[in-house]
Design a protein around this ligand. Structure first.
Ligand SMILES: Nc1ncnc2c1ncn2[C@@H]1O[C@H](COP(=O)(O)OP(=O)(O)OP(=O)(O)O)[C@@H](O)[C@H]1O
Ligand SMILES: [Mg+2]
Length: 234
């Protein structure tokens, strides 16, 4: 049996008029079900591109991607919509909240298209926003908006949770509690969680660490004993 996720020589070229930008230059890796995976690498390395393609939000130029033994790189639009709606939760680098919906409504919206959503109030409490749930995004700090985005993705109860710099806007303590929530969710529910970060100290919390450099995988390290978020300092 193959792995839960397989990237096989995945390439992505952006055509910008005269110039071509090779964002991914042949990426290979595999991820098992229930793993907590850290993707690290410098700015421009291709991390967000990997997540967008895996999340079915962008297409690849060549190569193949399998998720749960299905080739997602060749799926038609309807199949991709189903996969995105029910299978994938996404925390975007820049939150992407709906501005005219409150924090709670943003979370509700995501659960409406999900087959097996979690309790909205419990998730909002878990990210520490019980007092802010009736505020609009513009009335929230960057870190609070980021936590709404995390609650929204988690509430869908997806099989695969993709997080692009989920703690980038958070202070140390809040960031730690969010990472703890992600690590616990992964361990307790078997959700596969992928986290992009610039912070190499976080590598220790992952079951697997994939380092990306110039559109390629630079190294893959498997941690036999991933460290509890509470024990990591950065
Ligand atoms: N829509 C796009 N059109 C053209 N080029 C793009 C596009 N998206 C990304 N790129 C380019 O592809 C490369 C990889 O970008 P990507 O966003 O994946 O990097 P990243 O590793 O997420 O960086 P960061 O840490 O800054 O978020 C960069 O050179 C970027 O400029
Ligand atoms: Mg990025």
């Amino acid at each position: 049996m193959g792995s839960y996720i397989e990237f096989k020589n995945v390439k992505k070229v952006y055509n910008m008029g005269e110039v071509e930008i090779e964002a991914l230059a042949g990426v290979n890796f595999s991820i098992e079900k229930g793993e907590l995976v850290i993707i690290a690498g410098a700015s421009g390395a291709g991390k967000t591109t990997i997540l967008n393609i895996l999340g079915g939000m962008d297409n690849l130029s060549s190569g193949e991607i399998l998720v749960d033994e299905k080739v997602i790189s060749k799926r038609n639009t309807t199949e991709l919509i189903t996969y995105r709606r029910h299978g994938v939760g996404f925390v975007f680098q820049f939150y992407n909240l709906v501005p005219n919906l409150t924090a709670k409504e943003n979370v509700e919206l995501a659960t409406q298209i999900s087959e097996n959503p979690l309790n909205i109030d419990e998730i909002i409490n878990a990210v520490g926003l019980e007092d802010r749930k009736n505020n609009f995004p513009a009335q929230l700090s960057g870190g609070e908006q980021q936590r709404v985005a995390i609650a929204r993705a988690l509430a869908k109860n997806p099989k695969l949770l993709l997080c692009d710099e989920p703690t980038g806007a958070l202070d140390y303590k809040t960031g730690k509690s969010i990472l703890k929530l992600l690590q616990n969710t992964c361990k307790e529910t078997g959700m596969t969680v992928i986290i992009i970060t610039h912070n190499l100290a976080l590598a220790a919390i992952g079951d697997k660490v994939i380092k990306v450099k110039s559109g390629k995988v630079d190294s893959i390290v498997i941690n036999d004993k991933p460290v509890d978020v509470e024990k990591v300092e950065w």
